[in-house]
Design a protein around this ligand. Structure first.
Ligand code: TYM
Length: 333
């Protein structure tokens, strides 16, 4: 890879099957970046155990997700694809950065507040220090950009604060990364409750990449909209959040503006609009699904991608880790 290219890094938790929110908010935008950037993408399996996981399922998803990443267009020759737990430097740096992150900062994280109210019987220390591991994931690779959905912006901002704090004590150790939030797919909402972001915890409102065509059609036909019959297909995020979400999905996948969509469906109702959105989603996901199904059967290939990815990632990560260890005073002989 050329040294002069800007570097990009991002991760997804294999805590559930990939859905349209992950696809539009993250992966879709990653696929054609390899041309211009040096890209690192990983499955954040260590982050997932902050919430209880079924071990066999986590293993299955870690492999399936790699197949799905590749099927979405992430070429393992052009991108470094790896599993977080295969690169020990992530947790090694995380311990150091824990000592440079304040209790108050972590207490303010929205995701911690959400998850600790949702999983009241398991508010573990890992859930609390989760953003420090995420900061380590990022800072080890010295990336210029971190492409994420809007919900992860706060964590990237904390990463910047931690890096700046560390640099102000020890000199320029870490590059300060910029979050990169794509406007269109930044927040895809649940089809069944358009006030909430699409997430696997609400399976009826969530379209999974591997859902079959009929299931996708059914979920869109049942999408919550409103009782407007006068001029139903128009973009009004405040008053018509369900329609705005469907228009956003349609616009992101077809490249048409909201105005063009309003013209296309002028005089038509939800009975025409919802299946049309479902159709573009089905058409977009069809080749992804069949390629992922083919790859999932080739475990030897997927294992080799993970092995190669971990080696390439560790090479970069260890360089940063050695520097950090030296700066904080760990004797290295
Ligand atoms: P995760 O696994 O929840 O989500 C992965 C990516 O998908 C985006 N996303 C969405 N975007 C739009 N609409 C939605 N409904 C939606 N749901 C999810 C997320 O913003 C994210 O970009 N902590 C991270 C994983 C992580 C990470 C990192 C990311 C760990 N270390 C280092 C970047 C860099 C997370 O839980 O994402």
């Amino acid at each position: 890879m050329e040294e002069s290219k800007k570097r990009m890094l991002s991760g997804i938790q294999p805590s559930g099957d990939l859905h349209l929110g992950n696809y539009l908010g993250a992966i879709k935008n990653w696929a054609d970046r390899a041309q211009d950037y040096e890209c690192y993408y990983f499955m954040a399996d260590m982050h997932t155990i902050t919430v209880r996981q079924e071990p066999a399922e986590l293993r299955r998803r870690s492999l399936n997700q790699l197949a799905q990443y590749i099927a979405c267009g992430l070429d393992p020759e052009k991108n470094v694809l790896f599993l977080q737990s295969h690169v020990p430097a992530h947790t090694q740096l995380s311990w150091v950065l824990n000592c440079y992150t304040m209790f108050g900062e972590l207490s303010r994280m929205t995701q911690f507040k959400d998850k600790s109210s949702k999983y009241k019987d398991n508010i573990n220390a890992g859930l609390f220090t989760y953003p420090v591991l995420m900061a380590s994931d990022i800072l080890l690779y010295q990336p210029d950009y971190v492409p994420v959905g809007e919900d992860q912006k706060q964590h990237v901002e904390l990463t910047r604060d931690i890096a700046q704090r560390f640099n102000s004590i020890y000199g320029e150790v870490f590059k300060i990364p910029e979050p990169l939030i794509s406007k269109a797919g930044a927040r895809i909402y649940s089809l069944s409750s358009p006030g909430d972001k699409m997430s696997k915890s609400d399976p009826n409102g969530c379209v999974f990449i591997m859902d079959d065509d009929d299931t996708i059609m059914r979920k869109f036909k049942k999408a919550v909209t409103d009782s407007d019959t006068e001029n139903p297909i128009r973009y009004d995020k405040e008053n018509k959040p369900g329609v705005a979400n469907l228009m956003n999905i349609y616009s992101t996948l077809t490249g048409r503006s909201f105005e063009e969509i309003e013209n296309e469906f002028a005089g038509k109702g939800y009975g025409a609009f919802k299946p049309a959105v479902a159709e573009v989603v089905i058409e977009t996901l069809r080749p992804v699904k069949s390629e992922a199904e083919r790859l999932i059967k080739d475990k030897a290939y997927l294992d080799s991608v993970y092995k190669d990815g971990a080696e390439r990632a560790a090479y970069v990560a260890n360089k940063t880790l050695r520097k950090v260890y030296k700066k904080v005073g760990f004797y290295q002989g």
